[in-house]
Design a protein around this ligand. Structure first.
Ligand SMILES: [Zn+2]
Ligand SMILES: [Zn+2]
Length: 138
């Protein structure tokens, strides 16, 4: 789909894109969230909104995927393709690490049976697993 076609079908989307890219001065708004220091641009990416290498209007939070409903509601910023891709990769990895951190018991259970506290933890875990199986069978 060409840019003109896109605009005619989604004028309101095009208006948001124009506003965000205009606010950004037609320059990528990445200030290192992609993991690069952008020293050449004084700490900010120096890629501009040009034909064939456009900037993308993306959620300001790189953890949000572009193709989700959350992305439509999220605050936007203008970023070049490489910066967005790298930033999203970093954010996704971080989000996965955060989720693991929320469940430390699953990864730090002490299996030494002489440790009473660990044995109690295992008993609780076994009970939970049994409940899960019962639910699946019902
Ligand atoms: Zn960039
Ligand atoms: Zn960048």
């Amino acid at each position: 789909m060409s840019g003109a076609e896109f605009r005619s079908i989604w004028p309101e989307v095009a208006a948001v894109q124009d506003a965000v890219i205009g606010r950004a001065g037609s320059r990528c708004e990445c200030r290192g969230v992609c993991g690069r220091n952008h020293a050449k641009g004084g700490g900010r990416c120096d890629r501009e909104h040009v034909l064939g290498r456009p900037l993308f209007v993306v959620p300001a939070d790189p953890e949000i995927r572009i193709d989700t409903a959350a992305a439509a509601r999220a605050p936007k910023r203008a970023m070049c393709g490489p910066c967005w891709e790298l930033a999203h990769k970093i954010a996704s990895r971080q989000a996965a690490a955060d989720r693991m951190a929320e469940w430390p018991d699953l990864f730090t259970v002490d299996l030494d049976p002489a440790d009473e506290a660990a044995a109690d933890d295992l008993a609780v875990a076994d009970h939970g697993a049994a409940d899960d199986l019962g639910g699946a069978a019902a």
